[in-house]
Design a protein around this ligand. Structure first.
Ligand code: ATP
Length: 245
């Protein structure tokens, strides 16, 4: 069964020390089965936004203010590990794979994050179903020896078996061949639909992201904007927020 949840971010700001304000008063919301895609140029603040939601920030010299709600629960003052246990997964930063271990060993470790074993078998099945390449690999091969695409798939599979409600994905297509990007996006689309996850996807690539986007945001100079209307993507490409790769 699908647990319905939502992520609601209001008035979120991130400031690094005395330096620039990376995120300014951002509002974003996404519910189960939705994918909010965030487009924007380098340095716009996208990674800072994702890291603030995941709970990596604040630490010394980083100031985060605003509200982050998971369903009815305020999580903005919840620490990073506890936030993960409550169901907020972040790729790639939190779900760095263990390079010396096999795919299966990695997934066993990520599964420890689950609040309960219930649903674990279904999540493992779904992971191998959407990423058949992971199942075809020689058993026992160290994750560090996998291709970049396979490692990205493992990171996403790992996040999935951790039993999340919300999945934050930062630039999953970076450095991957176009055909692999298509596979990864198709898999993300299936995971979000079949597991009813709420997904926030940062990606510069229009062609892959638009297929799974249910909401589109742009970010520029720290400001996040919800984009609506006809031919959003045509406009974003013209305005330089997204690229056709
Ligand atoms: P990119 O796609 O290049 O990663 P981005 O949209 O993810 O860009 P951020 O990485 O969030 O943007 O950066 C937003 C702003 O915050 C930039 O001006 C950046 O220089 C600054 N910034 C990011 N991390 C830090 C940090 N640890 N200390 C100080 N400033 C930082």
């Amino acid at each position: 069964e699908i647990e319905v949840t939502s992520l609601t971010v209001s008035g979120l700001s991130v400031r690094y020390g005395a330096g620039a304000q990376a995120v300014i008063d951002a509002d974003l919301s996404v519910s189960s089965g939705e994918c909010a895609v965030v487009h924007g140029p380098n340095g716009a603040g996208k990674t800072s936004l994702v890291r603030a939601i995941a709970g990596y920030l604040p630490h010394e010299r980083v100031m985060v203010t605003g509200s982050i709600m998971l369903g009815e629960r305020a999580i903005d003052s919840v620490g990073v590990e506890r936030r993960a246990r409550l169901g907020v997964a972040c790729i790639p930063e939190r779900d760095k794979i263990f390079r010396e271990m096999s795919v299966r060993e990695n997934l066993d470790i990520f599964a420890l994050r689950r609040a309960s074993k219930r649903g674990l078998t279904a999540d493992l099945d779904l992971a191998f179903d959407v990423f058949p390449a992971l199942e075809r690999l020689p058993r026992g091969r160290a994750a560090g020896l996998l291709s970049g695409g396979e490692q990205q798939m493992l990171a996403i599979a790992g996040a999935l078996v951790g039993g999340p409600q919300v999945l934050l994905v930062d630039e999953p297509s970076l450095g991957l061949a176009p055909i692999v990007v298509t596979d990864v996006m198709t898999a993300l689309g299936r995971i979000l639909a079949e597991r009813g996850l709420a997904v926030v996807l940062v990606d510069q690539n229009v062609r892959s992201a638009r297929r799974i986007a249910t909401k589109v945001y742009t970010m520029s100079g720290g400001r996040l904007r919800h984009e609506t209307g006809e031919d959003v993507y045509g406009r974003l490409v013209r305005e330089g927020y997204a690229k056709v790769i």
